[in-house]
Ligand binder design. Structure first.
Ligand SMILES: NC(=O)c1ccc[n+]([C@@H]2O[C@H](COP(=O)([O-])OP(=O)(O)OC[C@H]3O[C@@H](n4cnc5c(N)ncnc54)[C@H](O)[C@@H]3O)[C@@H](O)[C@H]2O)c1
Ligand SMILES: Nc1nc(=O)c(N)c(NC[C@H](O)[C@H](O)[C@H](O)COP(=O)(O)O)[nH]1
Length: 259
């Protein structure tokens, strides 16, 4: 049975200021990709009990919110650590939405063994999601034709982006996505992706931040959101235009960062 989630319009309205403009109100989207950072965290800033462990934090209401966010973005971006740990679907399961975001997976060294058993491809095959774009630093000529054909047969592809100081540069990544028709992206995680996006040189690309905070402490050893400081003695980042929305047992924190 395909899961169906509902998110009340009254709640959706409260998130509006933190989300990409709808196509009829589109202004800046021709030139920049609207970037929303969104994830669920424990009270001790953990995304998961340990790297590689799928950990449910969101309650039903905030989970529905996350899927509403998926209905409002062209793309959903995760790191290969999340792809490997969670075997995620990365689709939209809101009952009255026909839209699925394009999954984008940062996999510089092609660590993800994506195959016909991967949930994201199974969903794409039945029209309940889209096949991923895998962003890698491996040159296309070095990716086996079988691998490329498999992804292509589901409607996905590999995209080569060179590394800069050992990582993809966010402005470059977003330009690549924009050139392929993406106008909005939600970055879901995991820890390394979020910490890299919140780094001093990158956070300016973030428009909206929507964080689910679950009333639980996961304890030491988790996957932690803890970006580097801007400089010694200076905080890493601070949100503005902040709003807190209770959602079931969780609270959802909305704010703006760069933009
Ligand atoms: N609670 C949540 O909202 C949430 C969301 C997503 C993932 N998770 C959890 O987080 C864990 C995975 O997090 P993680 O930190 O281990 O992995 P991750 O998903 O952040 O992936 C890390 C990998 O992505 C690549 N990567 C990340 N940033 C990059 C950059 N700027 N340039 C180039 N490559 C980059 C690298 O290969 C890196 O090893 C899993 O347990 C998953 O269940 C939780
Ligand atoms: N909002 C949120 N609450 C959580 O409790 C949790 N664990 C995630 N995790 C985010 C991660 O990026 C993907 O949501 C998962 O990998 C599962 O993906 P699917 O639901 O199968 O698409 N996100």
């Amino acid at each position: 049975m395909v899961e169906q989630l509902d998110f009340p319009l009254s709640m959706a309205d409260k998130l509006k200021a933190y989300l990409p403009p709808t196509s009829d109100a589109c202004t800046h989207q021709e030139t920049r990709v609207w970037t929303t950072l969104t994830f669920a965290t424990s009270l001790d800033s953990s995304l998961a009990l340990a790297p590689g462990v799928r950990t449910v934090l969101s309650g039903p209401e905030s989970k529905a919110m996350t899927h509403y966010l998926r209905s409002r973005h062209d793309a959903i971006l995760v790191g290969v650590g999340t792809a490997v740990a969670d075997n995620p679907g990365l689709n939209c399961r809101i009952s009255d939405s026909q839209h699925h975001p394009r999954p984008v997976v940062l996999d510089p060294n092609l660590r993800w063994d994506i195959n016909s058993n991967s949930k994201v491809l199974q969903l794409a095959a039945i029209g309940s999601g889209m096949a991923p774009w895998v962003v890698t630093s491996v040159p296309m000529d070095d990716i086996s034709q079988d691998k490329q054909d498999l992804l292509c047969s589901y409607g996905g592809k590999y995209i080569h982006v060179p590394l800069s100081s050992g990582a993809f540069e966010w402005t470059t990544l977003l330009e690549v996505l924009r050139d392929k028709g993406i106008r909005s992206v939600m970055v879901e995680g995991g820890g390394q992706v979020i910490n890299s996006l919140l780094a001093a040189g990158s956070q300016a690309v973030v428009d909206g931040v929507i964080v689910t905070i679950a009333p639980t402490w996961l304890g030491g050893g988790g996957v932690v959101v803890c970006p580097d400081r801007q400089a010694p003695g200076l905080p890493a980042a601070r949100l503005r235009d902040v709003k807190w929305l209770p959602m079931g047992d969780d609270v959802v924190l909305c704010g703006r960062l760069g933009g």
